[in-house]
Design a binder for this molecule. Structure first.
Ligand code: CP
Length: 314
């Protein structure tokens, strides 16, 4: 594996899950792999978990880490080709990316959808420039359309907590005051569809995800019906894909409450975090025994470490 941008980059998903569990039991057992290797983590957007977990994963492997918060620490970067650079962006990615590539062995990139162009977002314009120009392996730390390290950690967490071979996993839309990208739900659905879970997706009309991720999965528009018998409830907000980036609803009847959780099979509650309390999920659920969001976040280290280990070995 050279780059990691989606589940399809993994040679074998079940082997990757197995490897992550082994690493979790022995996180410092592969330090020789990262000796004298450097990873640079590039952030175009804010982060808590991705930044710290990927840095920790690299350190567990003996790597050196450098972090660049592009919009705070570096020059503002132009990504358009052929432009006259007479504005507020003094550096072009066409030079910046290969320069960064000369300073490291692996690059991690976080570049969210900015909703200015659906085409630019859905062709991963920024991430692909890093792949094309850096000359080194690139891992996605959440791009415009996918958040594969998150989905890997989510999958790992479900494997740890499941009590039956084929759990019912319900991904539900929940309300949020801001317009959020579709990367987490796209990626979660894509990842879940690669394994034999009973996956159900529920959201209000107008929030349909790109078919590329949903495949032939049929949406259950009745959230209560979707939650019946669920073993895992994965809540997330996203903005409309069809009316790109728009908020069509802030209906708080979609908030995950104890009443909603009582419809399930004692389901575990999951969310990628950060989470808006009492918008996405009530305090009672988030602070109660069903919530596994912190364990899920911890698994970000082992999912990242598995990917870095595979790239270093490769
Ligand atoms: N879940 C996640 O990616 O968290 P951060 O945005 O804090 O990195």
């Amino acid at each position: 594996m050279r780059h990691f941008t989606s589940v399809y980059d993994l040679p074998n998903l079940s082997e990757a899950i197995k490897s992550a569990l082994e690493i979790k039991n022995n996180p410092y057992g592969f330090q020789h792999l990262g000796k004298n290797k450097t990873i640079i983590l590039i952030f175009f957007n804010a982060s808590l978990r991705t930044r710290l977990s990927t840095q920790k994963a690299a350190m567990n492997l003996g790597m050196n880490t450098m972090i660049l918060n592009v919009n705070q620490d570096g020059w503002r970067m132009e990504s358009e080709m052929g432009v006259i650079m007479d504005g507020d962006k003094p550096e072009h990615m066409r030079e910046a990316i290969p320069v960064i590539g000369r300073f490291c062995d692996i690059i991690g990139v976080r570049a969210f959808a900015d909703f200015e162009s659906k085409e630019d977002d859905y062709t991963e314009k920024i991430l692909n420039q890093f792949i094309d120009y850096s000359g080194v392996p690139v891992i996605s730390m959440e791009a415009a359309t996918r958040h594969p390290l998150q989905s890997f950690a989510d999958h790992l967490t479900i494997e740890e907590y499941k009590t039956k071979a084929r759990p019912k996993v319900v991904m539900t839309w929940a309300p949020h005051p801001k317009s959020l990208p579709q990367a987490v739900p796209n990626s979660f659905v894509e990842w879940m569809r690669q394994t034999d879970y009973d996956l159900v997706v529920t959201h209000p009309q107008g929030y349909e995800l790109d078919k590329k991720f949903m495949g032939d999965l049929v949406v259950e528009y009745d959230q209560n019906k979707a939650l019946e018998g669920a073993d895992f409830v994965y809540a997330k907000n996203w903005s409309s894909y069809t009316q790109y980036g728009e908020i069509l609803s802030k209906d708080r009847s979609w908030t995950i409450t104890s009443d909603k959780m009582s419809l399930t099979n004692n389901a575990k509650f999951m969310h990628c975090l950060p989470v808006r309390r009492n918008m996405i999920v009530t305090d009672e659920v988030l602070d109660g025994p069903a919530s596994i969001v912190v364990d899920e976040a911890e698994n970000r280290v082992y999912s990242a470490q598995t990917i870095l280990k595979m790239i270093l070995e490769g």
